[in-house]
Design a protein around this ligand. Structure first.
Ligand code: FAD
Length: 197
């Protein structure tokens, strides 16, 4: 199955990216037929955290409940599919990426790695895994990147890009990558805003 963007990781960063991309379909002609896939193996840090300090989020929410809210919010945007599958290999073939998971194979023009900071276990040429010295704990990683880009059309977002380990930083970084993708498609700066009726 062919997608415009495959996002690997459905944590704070993956949802930040997917919700913004999905919201563009109804707003812009250039985005109206775009299709997105999220692959996730359900190991987000949200599964173990509790959140009192995220702006705009119900204070004290359990991360598992926050994940449920994010998944429900995603249902507003039918251009985004979410599959619980572990990605194992990404290959560049011509202009496309082929993404192999444990359950299937997908192609995409663009891939966003929103895989968190614990490890990077996907076989993918050109990805350099570095020690994450931006965090206070040992044995954590990030992926070498320049302004979220690893290679042309291969992005990294969230803690995997080296942002501080806070929900809003990860989510915002995913949204920033979505802005970059939409802007590249449009050939000008694009954001998706709604105004009150
Ligand atoms: C105990 C704890 C408490 C916390 N408390 C707070 C807090 O109070 N306030 C705050 O702001 N932040 C807090 N955080 C931090 C916050 O949870 C993280 O900053 C945020 O979850 C990072 O988002 P992310 O998307 O970068 O990574 P994650 O949310 O970890 O998501 C990465 C996703 O990628 C998926 N993935 C990885 N590899 C693959 C693969 N090969 N195939 C498919 N999927 C893959 C994982 O399954 C995971 O779902 C806390 C974290 C922890 C651990």
């Amino acid at each position: 199955m062919k997608y415009d963007v495959v996002i690997i990781g459905a944590g704070a960063a993956g949802f930040g990216c997917a919700l913004h991309l999905g919201s563009a379909n109804a707003k812009f002609d250039f985005a109206k037929d775009k299709k997105y896939l999220m692959l996730d193996d359900n190991k987000s840090d949200l599964n173990v955290g509790r959140y009192f300090n995220v702006a705009g989020i119900e204070s004290g929410i359990n991360g598992v409940d926050l994940l449920v809210k994010l998944k429900n919010q995603l249902k507003n945007f039918p251009s985004v599919e979410l599959k619980v599958e572990k990605a194992i290999k990404i290959e560049k073939v011509g202009d496309e990426f082929i993404i192999n998971s444990e359950n299937g194979s997908y192609s995409a023009n663009i891939v966003v790695l929103a895989t968190g900071l614990h490890k990077f276990d996907i076989e993918c040429n050109g990805v350099k895994v570095l020690d994450n010295s931006f965090v206070p704990k040992p044995n954590l990683i990030y992926l070498e990147n320049k302004n979220n880009l690893i290679l042309p059309n291969l992005y990294v977002a969230g803690l995997a890009s080296g942002v501080p380990t806070m929900f809003a930083c990860a989510s915002g970084d995913g949204t920033k990558v979505a802005c970059d993708i939409l802007s590249n498609w449009a050939g000008k700066i694009v954001v998706v805003h709604d105004v009150k009726a």
